[in-house]
Design a protein around this ligand. Sequence first.
Ligand SMILES: [Zn+2]
Length: 112
Amino acid sequence: MITLPKRILKKVDQEARGSGQARSDILERVVYEYYKDKLGPALSHVNVFEDHVTLQDEELDRSVDVQIRNGHLYCWEDKTEVCEHTQFLWELPKVAEELRKHGFKERVEGKR
Ligand SMILES: [Zn+2]
């Protein structure tokens, strides 16, 4: 149970009625907006090996292996070539450069 001043709840309920969202959805979004920048990125790059890259995923609270397979990145966590982990690696200039040098191609969403 969340206790907030009545006038704030009134405002939230107004927004809920106006937008058709649940009160809990609005409160969830506010909390998310407040914390997302304070927490920093959930993913961090850990290590590049011969055949795979290891990332730390703070959201999952464990490391994730992205394999370099047939010239593409393949995430073992999501069992796919296109996910937030493979995208994250391509967004790191140093890693992306290294991968391109080795002939790896970036997989674009929708071209699986
Ligand atoms: Zn993944």
